[in-house]
Design a protein around this ligand. Structure first.
Ligand SMILES: Cc1cc2nc3c(=O)[nH]c(=O)nc-3n(C[C@H](O)[C@H](O)[C@H](O)COP(=O)(O)OP(=O)(O)OC[C@H]3O[C@@H](n4cnc5c(N)ncnc54)[C@H](O)[C@@H]3O)c2cc1C
Length: 393
C-alpha cells in the first residue's frame, strides 16, 4: 500500500490507488462477501491503512479535505471505487466523512463567541481521533421520524456544565456499529425546543444495557446486509454536545449549500457499474442469440446506465462550478435511486432464472441499490423537498 506523505495531492492519489487494490481484493471474494451479515475488523484495518479516513480531515490539519468544491469528487470517486468490491463496506465508509461534514466540523472553521475556543478545541479533537485511526458513524435515525432529524424524541439531560449529557431514546440504522469509535446523534436537550447534535463514544462497549446502551434489533436488511445498521436503545448514555450548540450553528449550516447525500449516490453508482460490466461479460457469448425482449431490455440497461453516469457527473460538475449543490445532489440521488433499481431488475430478467438464485450476484446488488431511496432524505421527504424547491428562486 502507498504511504501517506502529508502532501494532500499526492495523498489523494495514494488513497485512491490503495482503495482500488482493496476493492479488487474484495471483488475476488464476492460470492462469500455478498452472503455476509456482519462486518469484519480486518477490512476496516485495511481501510485505515489505505489513508481513507483522512478524507474527513482538512489539509491544514494533515488530512486531504479541501472543501466541498474539490473534496466532493475526491470522496465520491474513492467510495464509488470501493463499492466495486463490497457494497456494505462502501456504505459504512460513506458515513465516516459525511457525518463529520454534516456536524459542521469541516464547514464551520470558527464559531462566534462565547463558543470560539471550545469549538476550536472540539474540531482539533475530532480530527485528532481520525488521524489516530478512529472511524466515525451516525445513529441519528429514530423509528417513526420519517428520516427527519428535527422529529427526534430522544432526551438529553445535562450531566455537568461542560457539555456532558445523559442521552435516552431509541435509535435505529446505526451503520457500522461495532466498527465505529464515535457516533453522532440527535436528542432534545432538557428545557429546549429543538433537538441538537451529540457525540457518543461507542468504544469497548457491551450492548447488553449495562453501560447505557442495549442492542434491540440486530440489522436484518434485505440489502446492505453486512452494514451492522443495528437498532439500539440508549438509557442515560454519556453524550458530548457539540461545542457550538443550538440554533446559531444550525442556522449557519442551513445557509451553507451542501451536497448532502452525494457520497451515498457514489456508492450506488459504483454498484451499478460493477453489475452492468459483470452482466455485459456474462452475456457476451450469447448476445447474438438473445431474444428480441432481452435485446430491448439490454438496450434499456445501456440507456439507463448512461443516465446514471450523467447524473453522477452532473452532480459533481455542478458542485465544482459552485451551482446549488444541495438541490442538484438531491435530484441526482433520486434519479440514481430509481434508475439503479430499474437497471438491476432488467439485468436479472435478461440473465434469466439463474439471476434469481443466491449463487448469482444480481439479486444481492438489486437489494443493495434499493438502499439509496431510503437513505436520508428518504423517499417521502426527498420528493417533498424536490416539489417545494421547484418554485424557489
Ligand atoms: C441501508 C441503510 C443504512 C442506513 N444507515 C443509517 C445510519 O448509519 N445512520 C442513520 O442515522 N440512519 C441510517 N439509515 C436510515 C435512513 O437515513 C432513514 O432515516 C431511514 O431509512 C428512514 O426511514 P423511513 O422514513 O422510511 O422510516 P420511518 O421513520 O420508520 O417512517 C416510515 C414512514 O412513515 C412515514 N412517516 C414517519 N414519520 C413521519 C413524519 N414525521 N412525517 C411524515 N411522515 C412520516 C413516512 O411515510 C415514512 O416513510 C440507513 C438506512 C438504510 C436503508
Amino acid at each position: 500500500m502507498h504511504k501517506m506523505t502529508g502532501r494532500p495531492d499526492d495523498d489523494v492519489q495514494s488513497i485512491l490507488s490503495n482503495i482500488r487494490e482493496i476493492a479488487c481484493d474484495f471483488a475476488s471474494q464476492r460470492a462469500e462477501r455478498q452472503r455476509r451479515r456482519e462486518l469484519m475488523k480486518e477490512d476496516f484495518d485495511k481501510l485505515r491503512e489505505s489513508g481513507y479516513l483522512m478524507v474527513a480531515v482538512p489539509s491544514e490539519f494533515g488530512g486531504v479535505w479541501d472543501g466541498d468544491d474539490v473534496g466532493t469528487r475526491i470522496v465520491c470517486d474513492i467510495l464509488r471505487t470501493l463499492a466495486h468490491g463490497d457494497s456494505s463496506i462502501a456504505l459504512v465508509s460513506a458515513m465516516h466523512q459525511s457525518v463529520i461534514r454534516s456536524s459542521g466540523w469541516l464547514s464551520i472553521p470558527k464559531a462566534p463567541e462565547p463558543y470560539t475556543e471550545a469549538w476550536d478545541e472540539q474540531r482539533r479533537w475530532v480530527f485528532q481521533t481520525v488521524a489516530e485511526g478512529h472511524f466515525w458513524g451516525t445513529i441519528m435515525s429514530e423509528p417513526g421520524s420519517g428520516g427527519d432529524n428535527t422529529q427526534s424524541t430522544s432526551k438529553a439531560e445535562p450531566a455537568s456544565n461542560n457539555g456532558q449529557y445523559l442521552l435516552s431514546g431509541q435509535k435505529h440504522f446505526g451503520s457500522g456499529s461495532g466498527m465505529t469509535s464515535f457516533m453522532v446523534t440527535h436528542a432534545m436537550p432538557d428545557g429546549e425546543m429543538t433537538p441538537d447534535t451529540f457525540v457518543l463514544d461507542m468504544r469497548d462497549l457491551i450492548w447488553d444495557g449495562s453501560s447505557g446502551v442495549k442492542l434491540i434489533a440486530p440489522w436484518d436488511g434485505h440489502g446492505m446486509t453486512a452494514t451492522q445498521s443495528h437498532g439500539m436503545v440508549f438509557d442515560k448514555f454519556p453524550a458530548t454536545r457539540l461545542a457550538f450548540p443550538g440554533d446559531e450553528r444550525r442556522a449557519i449550516l442551513a445557509r451553507i449549500d451542501r451536497p448532502q447525500g452525494a457520497s451515498f449516490v457514489a456508492v450506488i453508482v459504483g454498484i451499478v457499474e460493477t453489475a452492468v460490466s459483470t452482466a455485459r461479460d456474462q452475456l457476451e457469448k450469447k448476445h447474438d442469440r438473445m431474444r428480441s425482449y432481452e435485446r430491448a431490455e439490454w438496450a434499456k440497461v445501456e440507456i439507463e446506465a448512461w443516465l446514471v453516469q450523467q447524473a453522477y457527473e452532473g452532480m459533481l460538475r455542478e458542485i465544482e462550478m459552485g451551482r446549488p449543490s444541495g438541490r442538484n445532489s438531491l435530484l441526482a440521488k433520486e434519479a440514481v435511486a430509481e434508475l439503479s433499481e430499474s437497471i438491476l431488475l432488467r439485468i436479472s430478467k435478461i440473465i434469466g432464472g439463474g439471476a434469481y438464485s443466491r449463487h448469482s450476484p444480481y439479486g444481492f446488488w438489486l437489494e443493495d441499490v434499493r438502499a439509496l431511496g431510503f437513505l436520508r432524505p428518504p423517499w417521502g421527504l426527498a420528493f417533498e423537498r424536490i416539489f417545494d424547491g421547484s418554485w424557489d428562486s
